[in-house]
Design a protein around this ligand. Sequence first.
Ligand code: SAH
Length: 600
Amino acid sequence: MNAPNAPAGLIGLVSATAAGRRARDRLAAAWPGAVRVYGTGGEGGADGADGAGTVREAVTRAFAECDRLVCFLATGATVRLIAPLLADKADDPGVVCVDEAQQYAVALLGGHAGGANDLAHAVAEALPGCRPVVTTATDAAGVPGLDTLGLPVEGSVAMVSRAILDGEPVRLVRHHVLPLPALPPNVTEATGNATEGDGGDGGYTLLVTDRAVAPGDRTAVLRPPTLAVGVGASRGAPAEEVAALVGQALADAGLSPLSVTELATVEAKAGEEGIVETARRLGVPLRTYPAGELAAVPVPHPSDAPMAAVGTPSVAEAAALLACGEGAELVVPKRKSAPEGRAAMATCAVARRRPRGRLAVVGLGPGARDLLTPRARDELRRASVVVGLDQYVDQIRDLLRPGTRVLESGLGAEEERARTAVAEARAGRAVALIGSGDAGVYAMASPALAEASADIDVVGVPGVTAALAAAALLGAPLGHDHVSISLSDLHTPWEVIERRVRAAAESDLVVTFYNPRSRGRDWQLPKALALLAEHRAPHTPAGIVRNASRPGERTTVTTLGELDPAAVDMMTVVTVGNTATRTVAGRMVTPRGYRWQESR
Ligand code: SAH
């Protein structure tokens, strides 16, 4: 098992100098279990010239054994050492070089397919002061590499990628709705009855289809994950027979095996060798369903044989349909294998899933860029449509890919924003709905998910809330039970707010007030503080944090009795301690409360 923050796969670390070994040990400590160390780092040889025996051996072995390499060597030395080992882009490991002073992690080889770009970023994160150097064109320009979309791609990938990057016109022909990230404006959706392939005009085409096509030399084909193959087999059915049947069924229907995401069957056949082997050859997981679940799926061709054998009238059709979920369409009805000279032992069917858009609900954190999570950043770059309040869009506009459609609106249009985001996702797009802090805290996640139906995928990305950002500035005010209360009575009647403040006061919870005060709402905060003061002494520590992690950040540690409401506005949160909270060296500290009983 890899450490949680380690890049995937086995990473070989090669070093030759003392500084290299120190950096190597740091990575090894940061990614326990994910790395293998090569070379004991004997003297000399770092230049890759004669006498480089140990280093050369180390690199050669690491290159053969690992998914990726980090070489603490000069790029020149590394180039010389790996040159004789290069085979092909699809199989060679990604290679990253780190310089002697550990200033740069250079993605040298296999930027996309080999994972070197990602690894360079990961190395830079693990070594203080180190910066990633990535030179692959698509990454540098913010244009998604066609081979990084997480989808199989074939045809003239390099040529079409270059055309996209060079700003040449590229037609996008989609046979399926697919939530793709933003593509730059020179990629335009072909309208009307677009043909497959090159379109005859010599232009470039990016084709999104699960159909078997022979791409011309200016076409790249993205394979959407649309198909599932259901199979049934009697005991001992040979893999040749099952695999040939599946291959033929796809070919006859004009479908690409690269769009198949899984092979599905009944639980009783989970270990059936011919089926297991067919899944392996297709490179997809085998998914199994209980007979009872399969029996409940309406299918066009039920039969008695599987009913008797495994307890469902359909295996292949029912499993394919189940694997594709709601709205699935049977594109190849059940067919039987046709071995020569004996009875058929296998059946298969193919289903296509209904396309689903993607709604990512993304928290941006309180403001500072380094409090935006890497996952949030990825989601922003994965989206083709970003929906949010204008001030939040401004917070991340520079991170969006060129061509991202931005639907921004002013304060107060929450419902409309939520509806827009959901509608865009239902149209099959990749949508990011953004909010400051965590998008689920006094923000857009709930109105959006209240609108969302089961026909879209929803992904939540948590963010650092204002309460947490403020707490970190104040000290440790949230060390025991705590609550957030919004003092905005625009959406909530004041009686409800007041009841909750009283309850928090009585139960001695640390309280963080959101939306504490605005020009038109100035009596609520003093009232809420007075309610807390009925149960807490005036010297109870309290904190005011304005613009946490934003320009103009201001942190004040004061007391419940002395808190000045005039210092509070809508850019602020107010945190009031409980009866155990103390001020220590100017910081709020709420005891964890292990010995609560004894101290009473
Ligand atoms: N979703 C956000 C909250 C939005 S409600 C979150 O998870 O934090 C808006 C209120 O949050 C503001 O009125 C203010 O009280 C608080 N707030 C948001 N960002 C803040 C920041 N950087 N510093 C202080 N308070 C902030």
